[in-house]
Design a protein around this ligand. Structure first.
Ligand SMILES: C[S@@+](CC[C@H](N)C(=O)[O-])C[C@H]1O[C@@H](n2cnc3c(N)ncnc32)[C@H](O)[C@@H]1O
Length: 111
């Protein structure tokens, strides 16, 4: 999981190279930033549950996710097979329905 030879590894920083779906960290975090990850993980409800379990009680997470305002989620067998496995661009308004474990404080949409 941790690569001690990586230039990114130090006493203050641990690099974990692992599928988010399989990750099982014992640490709980004050803050988590997820940039451009959740288009790729498959089951977003499960991923948000996992994210919530990784936060301290008053912990916060910033989730950046590519969404669409089209009335459906976008996925494609070709992209899933050859480019991004499990890739899905979620409809912007579906995200709160999918999220069962994180309390939303703010949402921003940039086009
Ligand atoms: C769109 S890139 C964003 C990369 C980076 N955060 C940035 O802003 O440049 C998506 C990243 O998610 C990673 N990724 C995709 N599926 C993943 C998974 N199941 N678990 C962990 N990382 C994953 C990819 O390796 C890739 O680095």
């Amino acid at each position: 999981m941790q690569d001690p030879t990586s230039y990114l590894s130090s006493d203050r920083f641990t690099l974990c190279e692992e599928d988010f779906n399989d990750i099982d960290l014992k640490t709980k975090f004050d803050k988590i930033l997820a940039i451009g990850l959740f288009e790729h993980v498959g089951n977003l409800t499960k991923s948000f549950q996992k994210l919530a379990s990784m936060l301290k009680d008053d912990g916060k997470v910033l989730i950046h996710i590519i969404t669409t305002t089209l009335p459906y989620n976008i996925t494609h067998p070709f992209i899933n097979k050859y480019i991004f496995p499990n890739m899905r661009v979620w409809n912007y308004d579906v995200i709160p329905e999918i999220n069962t474990d994180l309390k939303t404080i703010n949402r921003w949409y940039l086009n």
